[in-house]
Design a protein around this ligand. Structure first.
Ligand SMILES: [Cu+2]
Length: 230
Protein backbone atom coordinates (compact mmCIF):
# COMPACT_ATOMS: atom_id res chain seq x y z
CA UNK A 1 0.00 0.00 0.00
CA UNK A 2 1.38 3.41 -0.83
CA UNK A 3 2.17 5.85 1.97
CA UNK A 4 -0.45 8.44 0.93
CA UNK A 5 -3.41 6.05 1.21
CA UNK A 6 -2.02 4.43 4.37
CA UNK A 7 -1.64 7.91 5.79
CA UNK A 8 -5.31 8.57 4.95
CA UNK A 9 -6.31 5.34 6.72
CA UNK A 10 -4.32 6.18 9.86
CA UNK A 11 -5.79 9.68 9.85
CA UNK A 12 -9.33 8.35 9.69
CA UNK A 13 -9.12 5.64 12.33
CA UNK A 14 -6.37 6.65 14.72
CA UNK A 15 -5.32 10.29 14.79
CA UNK A 16 -7.71 13.10 15.69
CA UNK A 17 -9.11 14.77 12.60
CA UNK A 18 -6.60 17.18 11.03
CA UNK A 19 -8.08 20.68 10.77
CA UNK A 20 -5.15 22.77 9.53
CA UNK A 21 -3.90 23.35 6.02
CA UNK A 22 -0.63 21.57 6.86
CA UNK A 23 -2.04 18.57 8.74
CA UNK A 24 -1.88 16.19 5.69
CA UNK A 25 1.84 16.94 5.33
CA UNK A 26 2.57 16.17 8.99
CA UNK A 27 0.44 13.01 8.82
CA UNK A 28 2.38 11.86 5.76
CA UNK A 29 5.72 12.19 7.60
CA UNK A 30 4.24 10.55 10.70
CA UNK A 31 3.03 7.54 8.66
CA UNK A 32 6.30 7.21 6.78
CA UNK A 33 8.38 7.20 9.99
CA UNK A 34 5.91 4.81 11.60
CA UNK A 35 6.23 2.38 8.64
CA UNK A 36 10.04 2.45 8.77
CA UNK A 37 10.22 1.93 12.54
CA UNK A 38 7.51 -0.79 12.44
CA UNK A 39 9.41 -2.66 9.73
CA UNK A 40 12.68 -2.48 11.70
CA UNK A 41 10.87 -3.58 14.86
CA UNK A 42 9.40 -6.64 13.10
CA UNK A 43 12.78 -7.60 11.55
CA UNK A 44 14.65 -7.27 14.86
CA UNK A 45 12.00 -9.11 16.88
CA UNK A 46 11.67 -12.01 14.41
CA UNK A 47 15.47 -12.39 14.21
CA UNK A 48 15.72 -12.36 17.99
CA UNK A 49 13.06 -15.06 18.41
CA UNK A 50 14.61 -17.26 15.66
CA UNK A 51 18.06 -16.95 17.29
CA UNK A 52 16.69 -17.71 20.75
CA UNK A 53 15.20 -20.97 19.52
CA UNK A 54 17.91 -21.99 17.09
CA UNK A 55 20.89 -21.26 19.30
CA UNK A 56 19.42 -22.21 22.69
CA UNK A 57 21.57 -24.12 25.21
CA UNK A 58 21.80 -27.82 24.50
CA UNK A 59 23.83 -30.47 26.25
CA UNK A 60 27.23 -31.04 24.66
CA UNK A 61 27.18 -27.82 22.59
CA UNK A 62 29.40 -24.86 23.56
CA UNK A 63 28.72 -21.27 22.57
CA UNK A 64 30.89 -19.62 19.91
CA UNK A 65 32.72 -16.49 21.09
CA UNK A 66 32.34 -13.68 18.56
CA UNK A 67 34.46 -10.58 19.10
CA UNK A 68 32.62 -8.39 16.63
CA UNK A 69 31.98 -8.00 12.94
CA UNK A 70 33.26 -4.66 11.60
CA UNK A 71 31.75 -5.20 8.16
CA UNK A 72 28.27 -5.80 9.58
CA UNK A 73 28.61 -2.85 11.96
CA UNK A 74 29.62 -0.49 9.14
CA UNK A 75 26.71 -1.80 7.08
CA UNK A 76 23.95 -1.25 9.63
CA UNK A 77 25.35 2.11 10.69
CA UNK A 78 25.40 3.23 7.03
CA UNK A 79 21.84 2.03 6.39
CA UNK A 80 20.62 3.96 9.44
CA UNK A 81 22.54 7.06 8.32
CA UNK A 82 21.09 6.85 4.80
CA UNK A 83 17.52 6.53 6.16
CA UNK A 84 18.09 9.49 8.49
CA UNK A 85 19.53 11.71 5.74
CA UNK A 86 16.74 10.72 3.31
CA UNK A 87 14.10 11.58 5.93
CA UNK A 88 15.79 14.91 6.68
CA UNK A 89 15.83 15.84 2.99
CA UNK A 90 12.27 14.65 2.41
CA UNK A 91 10.84 16.59 5.39
CA UNK A 92 12.92 19.71 4.82
CA UNK A 93 10.33 21.68 2.84
CA UNK A 94 7.48 20.74 5.23
CA UNK A 95 9.40 21.99 8.27
CA UNK A 96 10.58 25.09 6.41
CA UNK A 97 6.96 25.98 5.52
CA UNK A 98 5.62 25.31 9.01
CA UNK A 99 8.42 26.50 11.26
CA UNK A 100 10.20 29.11 9.16
CA UNK A 101 8.62 31.23 6.38
CA UNK A 102 4.96 30.25 5.98
CA UNK A 103 2.34 32.45 4.28
CA UNK A 104 1.80 36.09 5.28
CA UNK A 105 -0.43 36.45 8.35
CA UNK A 106 -4.01 37.73 8.21
CA UNK A 107 -4.73 37.91 11.96
CA UNK A 108 -2.18 38.43 14.75
CA UNK A 109 -2.03 37.57 18.42
CA UNK A 110 0.34 37.12 21.31
CA UNK A 111 0.28 33.97 23.42
CA UNK A 112 2.04 33.96 26.78
CA UNK A 113 2.35 30.77 28.78
CA UNK A 114 2.59 30.90 32.55
CA UNK A 115 2.10 28.52 35.46
CA UNK A 116 -0.66 27.39 34.76
CA UNK A 117 -2.58 29.22 32.04
CA UNK A 118 -2.39 30.47 28.47
CA UNK A 119 -2.73 34.24 28.15
CA UNK A 120 -4.06 35.25 24.74
CA UNK A 121 -3.63 38.89 23.74
CA UNK A 122 -5.90 40.23 20.99
CA UNK A 123 -5.52 43.53 19.14
CA UNK A 124 -8.26 46.03 20.07
CA UNK A 125 -10.29 48.15 17.59
CA UNK A 126 -7.11 49.68 16.13
CA UNK A 127 -6.18 46.22 14.83
CA UNK A 128 -2.63 46.54 16.22
CA UNK A 129 -0.91 44.54 18.91
CA UNK A 130 1.16 46.25 21.60
CA UNK A 131 -1.16 49.25 21.98
CA UNK A 132 -3.26 50.30 24.99
CA UNK A 133 -6.50 48.88 23.56
CA UNK A 134 -5.23 45.28 23.50
CA UNK A 135 -7.43 42.69 25.20
CA UNK A 136 -5.92 39.80 27.17
CA UNK A 137 -8.01 36.72 27.92
CA UNK A 138 -7.01 33.55 29.78
CA UNK A 139 -7.28 30.14 28.12
CA UNK A 140 -9.67 31.21 25.36
CA UNK A 141 -8.11 31.44 21.92
CA UNK A 142 -10.65 32.60 19.33
CA UNK A 143 -9.64 32.68 15.68
CA UNK A 144 -11.50 33.05 12.40
CA UNK A 145 -11.72 29.98 10.15
CA UNK A 146 -9.75 29.87 6.86
CA UNK A 147 -7.45 32.76 7.86
CA UNK A 148 -3.71 32.60 8.34
CA UNK A 149 -3.23 33.06 12.08
CA UNK A 150 0.14 34.26 13.30
CA UNK A 151 1.16 34.64 16.90
CA UNK A 152 4.20 35.27 19.00
CA UNK A 153 4.66 32.62 21.65
CA UNK A 154 6.56 33.23 24.86
CA UNK A 155 6.59 32.20 28.52
CA UNK A 156 6.65 34.17 31.77
CA UNK A 157 8.28 31.51 33.93
CA UNK A 158 9.30 28.01 32.78
CA UNK A 159 9.20 26.06 29.52
CA UNK A 160 5.68 25.13 28.39
CA UNK A 161 4.52 23.62 25.12
CA UNK A 162 1.60 24.88 23.05
CA UNK A 163 -0.10 21.80 21.64
CA UNK A 164 -3.20 21.48 19.47
CA UNK A 165 -3.29 17.88 18.18
CA UNK A 166 -6.07 18.67 15.66
CA UNK A 167 -3.88 21.34 14.04
CA UNK A 168 -0.81 19.04 14.14
CA UNK A 169 0.90 21.94 15.89
CA UNK A 170 3.22 21.69 18.85
CA UNK A 171 5.67 24.41 19.84
CA UNK A 172 7.65 25.01 23.01
CA UNK A 173 7.11 28.32 24.80
CA UNK A 174 10.49 29.39 26.17
CA UNK A 175 11.04 32.23 28.67
CA UNK A 176 13.05 35.06 27.10
CA UNK A 177 12.30 33.93 23.55
CA UNK A 178 9.54 35.15 21.22
CA UNK A 179 8.78 32.35 18.81
CA UNK A 180 6.67 33.00 15.70
CA UNK A 181 3.99 30.41 15.07
CA UNK A 182 1.37 30.15 12.34
CA UNK A 183 -1.56 27.98 11.34
CA UNK A 184 -4.69 28.11 9.22
CA UNK A 185 -7.67 26.23 10.63
CA UNK A 186 -10.09 24.86 8.04
CA UNK A 187 -12.94 23.64 10.25
CA UNK A 188 -15.03 25.49 12.81
CA UNK A 189 -15.20 23.97 16.29
CA UNK A 190 -13.68 23.84 19.76
CA UNK A 191 -10.32 22.20 20.25
CA UNK A 192 -8.28 21.57 23.38
CA UNK A 193 -4.91 23.32 23.96
CA UNK A 194 -3.10 21.18 26.53
CA UNK A 195 0.35 22.12 27.79
CA UNK A 196 2.68 19.40 26.48
CA UNK A 197 5.71 20.12 28.65
CA UNK A 198 5.73 19.10 32.32
CA UNK A 199 5.86 22.58 33.85
CA UNK A 200 5.09 22.17 37.53
CA UNK A 201 2.42 21.18 40.03
CA UNK A 202 -0.55 22.43 37.99
CA UNK A 203 0.66 21.13 34.62
CA UNK A 204 -2.21 18.68 34.11
CA UNK A 205 -4.75 21.46 34.61
CA UNK A 206 -3.06 23.81 32.13
CA UNK A 207 -5.60 23.53 29.40
CA UNK A 208 -7.02 26.16 27.06
CA UNK A 209 -9.51 25.99 24.23
CA UNK A 210 -9.11 27.02 20.63
CA UNK A 211 -12.38 28.32 19.17
CA UNK A 212 -12.37 28.31 15.38
CA UNK A 213 -15.27 30.51 14.34
CA UNK A 214 -16.85 32.11 11.29
CA UNK A 215 -15.62 35.65 10.67
CA UNK A 216 -18.94 37.12 11.89
CA UNK A 217 -19.00 35.09 15.14
CA UNK A 218 -15.36 35.89 15.76
CA UNK A 219 -15.86 39.64 15.32
CA UNK A 220 -18.93 39.55 17.58
CA UNK A 221 -17.01 37.75 20.32
CA UNK A 222 -14.03 40.08 20.09
CA UNK A 223 -16.24 43.20 20.30
CA UNK A 224 -17.99 41.79 23.37
CA UNK A 225 -14.67 40.97 25.09
CA UNK A 226 -13.34 44.43 24.29
CA UNK A 227 -16.43 46.08 25.81
CA UNK A 228 -16.14 43.89 28.92
CA UNK A 229 -12.48 44.74 29.41
CA UNK A 230 -12.99 48.53 29.46
CU1 LIG B 1 2.75 24.36 31.15
Amino acid sequence: MEIASLSELIRRFWLPQGISTYSPRIDFLFTLILCITALVWVLVTVTMIVFMIRYRARPGRTAAYIEGNPRLEVLWTSITAVILIALALLSRSTWADIKEQGPPGEVFYKVTAKQFNWEITYPGPDGKLGTSDDVTVENEFHVPVNKVVRFELTSKDVIHSFFVPWLRLKQDAVPGRHIHVWFEATKEGEYEIPCAELCGFGHSGMDGTLYVQSEADYQRWLKKKYAESR
